[in-house]
Design a protein around this ligand. Structure first.
Ligand code: TXA
Ligand code: MG
Length: 329
């Protein structure tokens, strides 16, 4: 069931109050954050969290992010807060930055997939904040899609992905950033970027005043399963265009183009989706998953994506495109 709620209200609307009651009773609620829609359950309720994995067909080796109502709640989930975590929280929270920190024992192993660390963030979206406060507890929430598929940026996309598998979908309109939060691990070996996102590598380095190692490459035992080779993928095969060649197509295939800026001259494409007419990376990121969803629904044989410049948010966009283009296992 989809319930609309005022996307600007940090006060609990009737829809939010109802959603909080569903969460407290062990249910699953999909809700908007400033990045993408999340599928939430109370983080300390292991049975409710288990339902998240079922609803998403998510493998149990892929841990969840816990969403906090305020930075003061860190102590509820984290064993110790290193000074650098405090600095990052002060600068980027509420907002699209997730930190991986040593976990407290009260957090069930199912949330962290048995890891000694836990991923936490404080979302900025008014609806997410109102929901977490009305629930009165940290909320574990992955993106509200089937495992490996495109993250949803609208309530309708959540419904397409999960339908009856979720007890309630809070509709707070389209999300602002359109791609998932940046993930940084703060361990003894120094800060490491596990997933590029709306908070850029440049901003993290600047805030910490030191090097942040980029650890986003795929690996067999991923430290962050967002690092899995194939992820964030449409069902249609996707190929990234070489930056030096123009997008072309042949007559016998229906090809969809994911253009970065204003559409090129070729009319041979069955569908063209433009991420940002002016080539703005923020706008492009916000449109990315919805554009891929539309291309996927258009029934083309192949999607060709133009590369974007790999600076700032462009790094996060290219990370998602490369994973979407990776061969199926
Ligand atoms: O923007 C977001 O982060 C969205 C919204 C809903 O908050 N959530 C999201 O969650 O993207 P999910 O589950 O789709 O991605 C979470 C990523 C996964 O790749 C997971 O492996 C990583 O966070 N993660 C969670 N706990 C971790 C940990 N202890 N160590 C390393 N990576 C972790
Ligand atoms: Mg996800």
């Amino acid at each position: 069931m989809i319930l609309k709620t005022d996307p600007t209200s940090t006060e609990p609307t009737p829809a939010v109050t109802r959603a909080a009651a569903v969460l407290r009773a062990g249910g699953l609620v999909a809700f908007p954050t400033e990045t993408v829609y999340g599928l939430g359950a109370v983080a300390t309720d292991a049975r409710a969290v288990a339902r998240i994995f079922e609803a998403k067909d998510r493998p149990h080796f892929d841990p969840l992010i816990i969403h906090l109502g305020s930075a003061d709640w860190l102590d509820r989930c984290v064993a110790s807060v290193p000074p650098e975590a405090g600095r990052l929280a002060e600068r980027f929270w509420p907002g699209p930055l997730t930190m991986v920190l040593p976990k407290r024992e009260n957090i069930p192993d199912i949330v962290t997939s048995g890891l000694p660390t836990v991923a936490v963030r404080m979302p900025a979206h008014p609806v997410a904040r109102a929901l977490i406060h009305a629930t009165g507890a940290p909320v574990a929430a992955p993106s509200a899609n089937r495992f490996g598929q495109l993250s949803p940026t609208t309530a309708q996309a959540v419904e397409e992905e999960l339908g009856q598998r979720v007890d309630l979908i809070l509709d707070g309109g389209p999300t602002q950033h359109g791609i998932e939060s940046t993930i940084i691990a703060l361990g003894e070996t120094g800060p490491r970027l596990l997933r590029p996102g709306p908070v850029t590598l440049e901003e993290l380095r600047e805030c910490l005043g030191r090097e942040v190692i980029v650890a986003t490459g795929p690996s067999a035992t991923p430290e962050s399963p967002g690092m899995l080779l194939r992820h964030y993928a449409p069902r249609t095969p996707l190929r990234i265009l070489d930056s030096s060649t123009a997008a072309t197509t042949t007559r016998d295939r229906r090809v969809g183009l994911l253009a970065f800026r204003a559409a090129p001259a070729s009319r041979d494409f069955a569908v063209v989706e433009t991420l940002s007419a002016t080539g703005d990376l923020r706008e492009a990121a916000a449109n990315l998953f919805a554009a891929l969803r539309r291309l996927d629904a258009a029934g083309v044989d192949e999607i060709i994506a133009e590369p974007v410049p790999e600076t700032g948010l462009g790094r996060a966009i290219m990370d998602r495109l490369r994973k979407a283009a990776a061969p199926r296992a």
